[in-house]
Design a protein around this ligand. Structure first.
Ligand code: HEM
Length: 414
């Protein structure tokens, strides 16, 4: 598939997401230049009947306004998938990202207390130690797959440590989160409908069992970890049920792993493609790294979209929407909107201001882990670039997904 003008663009076609990144970006530029958001038929999925279709919100102004009005643009009909997911998926995948107030506010209140700055601060020291040991091993190993040896390891270890998951379970956690976020990639999923459902639910169930067992152990003997805090968090008499704990845990390990790993892999690709930006960063890493991390997240947009559904009729930037309409907020495109970002396809670590929506738009669902992600990216890149300043990326093997801008494998040289 190649894109030749507006008619060639189909955001619901699996092949669209396999296009070279530059072609994909050019297609979104064409969509942004249209006077109104385009309406697409829904992608076919093995899990559900084909739904009514969706408006693709590709401009920054639309993505931000929809995010700011969660009472109109709700998440409760599903945020992480364009098709409505069957009810049985909610048991494992129905956590706070897919629900609305008042349940969302209640969950976020409880987990925010557990996700306290004190707990995060405790793990900052871990982030530094883990990043240093990953680079030690990289230097000992030599040129290798950057995703498996570097990018996937830090977020996995940090989120598992925070939760209190023992090291012998890391591989199991990684394998199951890979299945859950595998998109349309044949390496992880199958075209067979029943088998696909069984695998996805199986991944959810395996992670749910892990946390239920852990929570039971921590209720007897609490430790300094998130599962203990969540299992015992009691705010004004409110507590998570065990089903809520399980689905929140699944959201955290999935959201905490795949996104940060994707950002790190894109970081190496970008610093390879733009040697002038690498040189600029290395010339004064302390003052430029924070800006570089923001620009990496803008440019890579690890989470490509989230969905919202209209709760009432509404007019936004000249377009009428009706109750029940689906809208898809393309963060990837909003982050390239020329109305907000000058020369958006230029990777510029000194870009300022950089009001990207890589962690979501302003509103109730803004990424709970944004602070942690920024810390992980900053610490890992500082460690890597000061100790292996000449490291470069080869050709990426990209994940075939409309949702995560993922990299499965990335050869590195130094
Ligand atoms: C570069 C890394 C990351 C990116 C790009 C990212 C992106 C996002 C985005 C776009 C949303 C918005 C969802 C919406 O508006 O519907 C979100 C929500 C969320 N993220 Fe992240 N994320 C990252 C890292 C993390 C980490 C490390 C964690 C946890 C440890 C995490 C946990 C969450 C949770 C729990 C939510 C749901 C919040 C809610 O619905 O109230 N994320 N993230």
């Amino acid at each position: 598939m190649t894109v030749t003008g507006m008619d060639g663009i189909d955001l619901s076609a699996t092949e669209f997401w396999g296009l070279p990144l530059a072609e994909r970006a050019a297609a979104f530029a064409l969509l942004r230049a249209q006077p109104r958001p385009r309406f697409f038929a829904e992608p076919e999925t093995p899990f559900a009947e084909q739904g009514p279709g969706y408006y693709a919100l590709v401009r920054y102004a639309d993505v931000v306004e929809a995010s700011r009005h969660p009472d109109v643009f709700c998440s409760g009909k599903g945020a992480t998938s364009i098709p409505d997911l069957p009810a049985e998926f909610n048991e494992y995948f129905g956590s706070m990202i897919n629900i609305d107030d008042p349940r969302h506010a209640r969950l976020r209140r409880i987990v925010s207390r557990a996700f306290s700055p004190r707990l995060i601060a405790k793990f900052e020291a871990d982030v530094r130690r883990v990043a240093a040991s990953i680079v030690d091993e990289l230097l000992a190993t030599g040129p290798c797959d950057f995703v498996a040896n570097v990018a996937a390891r830090l977020p996995l270890k940090i989120i598992c440590d925070m939760m209190g998951i023992p090291a012998d379970q890391y591989d199991m956690v990684l394998a199951n989160t890979n299945i859950i976020l595998s998109g349309a990639d044949p390496e992880f999923l199958t075209e067979d409908l029943d088998e696909a459902v069984v695998r996805l639910l199986g991944a959810g169930q395996a992670l749910a069992e892990l946390v239920t067992d852990l929570a039971a152990a921590r209720a007897q003997a609490p430790a300094e970890d998130l599962v203990s805090a969540l299992a015992t968090a009691n705010i004004d008499g409110e507590q998570l049920t065990s089903a809520e704990l399980a689905s929140f845990f699944i959201l955290l390990v999935v959201a905490g792993n795949e996104t940060t790993r994707t950002a790190l892999s894109h970081a190496l690709m970008l610093l390879t493609e733009y040697p002038d930006q690498r040189a600029l960063l290395l010339a004064d890493i302390e003052s430029r790294l924070e800006g570089a991390v923001e620009e990496i997240v803008r440019y890579a947009s690890p989470v490509v979209f989230m969905r919202r559904t209209l709760t009432c009729d509404y007019t936004m930037n000249g377009q009428d929407y009706h109750e029940g309409d689906k809208t898809v907020l393309y963060y990837y495109s909003a982050n390239r909107d020329e109305a907000v970002f000058a020369d958006p396809e230029r990777f510029d670590i000194t870009r300022s201001p950089n009001p990207h929506v890589g962690y979501g738009g302003p509103g109730r669902h803004y990424c709970l882990g944004a602070h942690l992600a920024r810390r992980e990216l900053t610490v890992m890149l500082r460690e890597l670039l000061t100790r292996v300043p000449g490291i470069t990326a080869g050709e990426p093997d990209r994940l075939l997904s409309s949702f995560i801008n993922g990299i499965k494998r990335l050869p590195c040289e130094f």
